[in-house]
Design a protein around this ligand. Structure first.
Ligand code: UGA
Length: 446
């Protein structure tokens, strides 16, 4: 069976590389010629642990190839995964123009029976509308074959994308076509053998499972962040609260880590899109809306927490703040909707000078944060950013921050504040004692 992937973002690229490692012939297509050129040489456009090895392995084995030609990718494949972006529009709705273009090209170039699999996160109803559009194209071409469609949402996390793809917690397949189901079962044979749970359902349900999962996780994070706010006021400790809650396996300990708010290319976009779809159907999703609002408040609250501690009036003129961690989470260079952006923007607005350091995110920040870049001094290391600074703010919990030479760093600073927005050092008296230490969700003295 030959596989085509349209779109080489996180989902498409990782999925294609993983399928090629199973021995399938995979052709990945993207309109970005520069990206395809790099990929053909085995150079990944994104930082994702384990991906480079898979890419070079697939290219060397001859199972993975790249093209800018939609015609080639479509015609050479039995199964075509649509994995293009579905970014947010201004009004929060999902922009489906890349999905529509991929559908148009499949309708135009398909040269025989194909299974089209919707892998991108698509609002409920999209998969069925793709099927309708493809049918119309084939009818117009008087084609003698059909195309079946399935929704097969992706649940991988950035930073763990390769291992999540190789070892998923579940596989959801939404289709009314037995042939599509059979072909996907062949592709995921290894998962079936390893007894990964499979859920077969209709396309609408599959699409909703994806949005519901992301929205639920976002709700969990906003919930714990709200409790963190209250904990600071009443003298409780959010880390212990989350631990205590998580001991109940109906709640589970996961996604109860208080912090500066969720970010990334998925939760902000998908929660907005779910609210948008519900409105189009005359419904209000109050809980999801509240999670979004609480997340915005959380980011603003981080700025208020820092400025309130550093200066009684809250203004930060003359203060230098080292911000550590720009990517929205560790082990990725992705800065899309990263809380660091809002926090830096807020600090700059209060007059602070910002020294930024991130193990992977600085290249993207320099390229994309054109509106705030004038105020950011990008630094080579943790130590470089902290020198003569008044405060350090940890926004993303990169492991390397644990062993960055804290004694030396504290000694090189002008002020002595550490705002640990990920509670990395909440339990580490050795680091806490060096600073005026502020965590999220507790107000115990250092
Ligand atoms: C998320 C989901 O976890 C994946 O299952 C899903 O496939 C993916 O979106 C997607 O739709 O493509 P991802 O955005 O890579 O994955 O990252 P997460 O690990 O979920 O983290 C998202 C944000 O929540 C980060 O900013 C992270 O710092 C924050 N977070 C996470 C918390 O603040 N607290 C937590 O307890 C967990």
């Amino acid at each position: 069976m030959k596989i085509g992937i349209i779109g080489t973002g996180y989902v498409g690229l990782v999925h294609g590389a993983v399928l090629s490692s199973y021995g399938f012939a995979v052709t990945c297509m993207d309109v970005d010629a520069e990206k395809i050129g790099r990929l053909s040489e085995g150079r990944s456009p994104l930082y994702e642990p384990g991906l480079d090895e898979l890419l070079t392995g697939g290219i060397d084995a001859g199972t993975l190839s790249f093209t800018t030609s939609a015609e080639e990718a479509i015609q050479s494949s039995d199964v075509i995964f649509i994995a293009v972006g579905t970014p947010s529009r201004e009004d929060g709705s999902a922009d489906l123009s890349y999905v529509r273009e991929a559908t148009r090209q499949i309708g135009l170039y398909a040269n025989g029976y194909k299974v089209v699999v919707c892998k991108s996160t698509m609002p409920v109803g999209t998969c069925r509308s793709i099927a309708g559009e493809l049918n119309r194209s084939l009818e117009a071409r008087h084609a003698s074959f059909r195309i079946d469609v399935a929704s097969n949402p992706e649940f991988l996390r950035q930073g763990k994308a390769v291992s999540d793809s190789l070892f998923p917690l579940r596989v959801v397949i939404g289709t009314e076509s037995d042939e599509a189901k059979r072909m996907l079962q062949t592709i995921y044979e290894g998962h079936i053998r390893r007894k990964v749970p499979f859920l077969y359902t209709n396309p609408e349900t599959a699409e909703m499972i994806k949005y519901a999962s992301n929205a639920f996780l976002a709700v969990k994070i906003s919930f714990v962040n709200e409790l963190a706010l209250l904990s600071e006021k009443v003298g409780a400790n959010i880390e212990d609260i989350a631990f205590g809650m998580g001991l109940d396996d109906r709640i589970s300990p996961h996604f109860l880590q208080a912090g500066p708010g969720y970010g990334g290319s998925c939760f902000p976009k998908d929660t907005q899109a779910l609210v948008d779809v519900s409105r189009k159907h005359g419904e209000e999703l109050y809980i999801v809306r509240a999670a979004i609002a609480a997340n915005e408040k959380q980011k603003a609250r981080m700025v208020a927490k820092i400025s309130g501690a550093l200066s009684p009036g809250g203004m930060l003129h003359g203060k230098t703040i080292a911000v550590w961690g720009l990517s929205f989470k560790p082990e990725t260079d992705d800065i899309r909707n990263a809380p660091s952006y809002d926090i830096i923007d807020g600090l700059l607005a209060k007059g602070a000078a910002v020294n930024a350091y991130c193990p992977q995110g600085m290249k993207q920040a320099k390229r994309l944060w054109t509106d705030i870049n004038g105020g950011i001094n990008y630094c080579e290391s943790e130590a470089d950013s902290a020198r003569n600074a008044d405060a350090i703010v940890i926004v993303t919990e990169w492991e390397q921050f644990r062993a960055c030479g804290w004694e030396r760093i504290a000694a090189s600073m002008r002020g002595g504040f550490l705002f640990d927005l990920r509670n990395m050092f909440a339990e580490q008296a050795g680091v806490r004692r060096l600073f005026d230490y502020y965590a999220v969700g507790s107000n115990e003295p250092a």
